[in-house]
Write a protein that binds this ligand. Structure first.
Ligand SMILES: [Zn+2]
Ligand SMILES: [Zn+2]
Length: 260
């Protein structure tokens, strides 16, 4: 099994360090483990839920050390990033350049609307917000910096009914992914822990089934990751996510170019 989306204590809402996740991953038969903690941002925005810029050397150092200590496992250095034009050069020149990260993951946890930023986790159940999320997600995908998109259907957490607007948003995201040849993530944390109540009863917030049923109509690739925030969750949702993808006939992406 492979997992390219792992956090550490540095983001302030996960527990455990790199070595703890590696140990848990080895015990669960994971052969490729990629770290993608929440990126620091040079202006300190949203600093309560991400690592600080000063933590970068320690993060990269801990992963380098784990690679030396665990030659039997492929361990990769990544980062989960909210893209915005003002951060583009930091991601490219500092994260990929200076710190030599293997890959960046796009996580659209914030999007601009009405002159400010809105958290994707607390957005109103409203079509205008869904449209703003979709627009920003696609602009972020078009930046060309990312190896894959984490939880592209995160909007399923707050936009509750699958209606025309939801389908249009999904089609726009899936068309962009197809055009850019950018894999989309089936998120194990969502699969195992994120349920929302809707007028039709409870459902998994993300992965949101109709989004992925629609994905099967597009020429897109998918990746299944645990999005672990604690070592014992390092394999959460991986088997279920692979079954989910297989049932829908979705194609798994290969990341051999990352060394895994
Ligand atoms: Zn995320
Ligand atoms: Zn994450």
């Amino acid at each position: 099994m492979k997992n390219y989306h792992t956090h550490t204590f540095r983001c302030k809402h996960a527990i455990g360090d790199v070595a703890d996740y590696v140990e848990a991953a080895a015990a669960r038969g994971i052969s490729v483990l990629g770290f993608a903690d929440h990126t620091p941002l040079p202006d300190g925005r949203w600093s309560s839920i991400r690592m600080a810029v000063e933590d970068l050397p320690g993060y990269v150092g801990a992963i380098e050390q784990a690679k030396k200590d665990n030659p039997q496992m492929t361990i990769l250095k990544g980062m989960e990033c909210e893209w915005a034009a003002e951060y583009h050069s930091f991601f490219r020149d500092v994260l990929l350049g200076e710190f030599g990260l293997d890959y960046l993951v796009l996580g659209c946890h914030q999007f601009p609307i009405n002159g400010g930023w809105q958290s994707s986790h607390t957005a109103p159940n409203d079509a205008a917000y869904l449209a703003a999320y979709t627009k920003h997600l696609i602009a972020s995908m078009q930046s060309g910096l990312f190896a894959f998109v984490a939880h592209p259907d995160l909007f399923g957490l707050t936009y509750l009914e699958w209606d025309e607007e939801a389908e249009a948003a999904a089609r726009d995201i899936l068309s962009a992914a197809e055009e850019l040849n950018l894999p989309l993530e089936i998120n194990g944390l969502g699969l195992s822990h994120r349920v929302v109540q809707t007028s039709l009863g409870p459902r998994t917030a993300y992965p949101w089934l109709p989004f992925w049923e629609l994905a099967a109509e597009f020429d897109v690739q998918v990746v299944v990751n645990s999005d672990a925030h604690q070592p014992q969750g390092v394999a959460q949702g991986l088997r279920e996510g692979l079954m989910f993808a297989r049932k829908l006939g979705l194609t798994l992406a290969e990341f051999d170019h990352l060394g895994g």
